[in-house]
Design a binder for this molecule. Structure first.
Ligand code: 0PR
Length: 353
């Protein structure tokens, strides 16, 4: 029997996907044929989903979380925008996001007919609070802060953005899709306990080590989730708040299994490992003449010339660049010191050539 080659992670440096935890892999296989979109019929996976949401709530400091396991950060962000729009029902809704926000908000604005207002970030790539304040008005339904930005791993000033949002009568959403499994072990003010956050994206299939697809959306209030529900007259379950209908029981079960195995000690150990790794790697790059942004969450951004970048890609390194051209290395669970040492050797070889 022909089997597809497994994903080879040995040269993947810019991705936010990673090797799932063995327990997650196992759970994914067992629940492959279940559909959490019909929780009355598939009750065991529905129970695992409630457990996953409870744990996501613990991670994000929310004791009574309302949410579900999405197909990913994109669905979670779309649903946060949709919920805010549905709850506030203004004539001409807009959403204020920092320039650093993930492109999923562009999709959200497009499908939901909401205006997207992108405001500048500061010199350190964090949302500029004054710019957000200047952008909100009576029609703003949501302000977004990123906690672990895709390009630079930066955490926006969440309490300040929450104040801007609430003063304008809008909701505050935190996109911790990638950062959420690291932030509990840092001093950042990012969670439901640190600020009056209304909703959050936090994805088990990124640094949470679940199998794809497993994102997460959380709401502080039941009304946040209820604003998404539609009636499902002929199913055993009578309403559905998810964006997709049939969805992956594999992702849900994998999320529950990974978090069971790793929260909190496993994630803490992993955070400590990658924090040290990213700091070391940035210093090694600087020694070789690169300029690097300060490392915050475990993502290293470094200046790199086009020819060197292209040569490294030709060597098989799976790397990408920020909009402003920096090399991005995301220190995911599969990224080791051995891998980065091999990368640095190739950097030297390319420079010498
Ligand atoms: N929010 C943030 C902060 C993100 O970084 C991402 C994805 C999303 C939302 C959207 O999440 P989903 O992709 O789960 O819908 N960030 C990665 C990126 O755009 C996604 C990614 C993952 C890209 C793996 C490539 C890859 O190999 O870089």
């Amino acid at each position: 029997m022909q089997r597809a080659a497994p994903q080879e992670f040995s040269r993947v440096l810019s991705s936010m996907c990673t090797e799932p935890h063995p327990a997650a892999r196992d759970a994914a296989e067992r629940f492959l044929a279940t559909n959490p979109g019909d929780p009355e019929t598939y009750q065991e996976v529905a129970r695992l989903e409630r457990r996953a949401v409870e744990t996501l709530g613990e991670i994000a400091d929310l004791s009574d979380p309302h949410g579900y396991v999405t197909s990913g950060g994109t669905e979670a962000n779309v649903q946060a925008v949709r919920s805010a729009r549905n709850r506030l029902r203004v004539e001409d809704p807009n959403v204020v996001v920092p320039e650093s926000a993930h492109f999923s908000f562009t999709k959200a604005a497009d499908v939901l007919g909401v205006e997207l207002r992108r405001v500048p970030t500061d010199d350190d790539h964090r949302a500029d609070v004054d710019a957000a304040d200047a952008a909100v008005d009576d029609d703003t339904v949501l302000v977004v802060g990123v906690a672990g930005s895709t390009e630079f791993g930066r955490v926006d000033p969440i309490p300040e953005l929450a104040a801007v949002a609430h003063d304008a009568g809008a909701f505050l959403h935190v996109d911790a899709a990638w950062g959420g499994f690291y932030l509990p072990f840092t001093d950042h003010e990012w969670s439901f306990a640190h600020a009056p956050v209304d909703s959050m994206t936090i994805d088990p299939h990124k640094s949470g080590r679940a199998a794809v697809p497993a994102g997460g959306v959380l709401f502080r209030e039941r009304a946040g989730l209820d604003a998404l529900a539609v009636d499902t007259p002929y199913l055993e379950s009578t309403s559905q708040a998810t964006l997709t209908g049939t969805r992956s029981g594999a992702g849900v079960a994998a999320a529950a299994a990974a978090m069971d195995a790793l929260w909190p000690d496993g994630y803490r150990r992993e955070y400590e490992r990658v924090a040290e790794l990213a700091t070391w790697f940035a210093a090694e790059l600087r020694e070789r003449g690169f300029e690097t942004a300060d490392v915050d969450l475990p993502l290293v951004a470094a200046s790199i010339s086009e020819p060197v970048f292209e040569r490294l890609r030709e060597e098989g390194w799976r790397i990408s660049r920020t909009e402003s051209g920096e090399l991005r290395v995301v220190c995911m669970p599969h990224v080791t010191r051995e891998m980065l040492t091999a990368f640095l050797a190739d950097v030297e070889a390319v420079h010498a050539a």
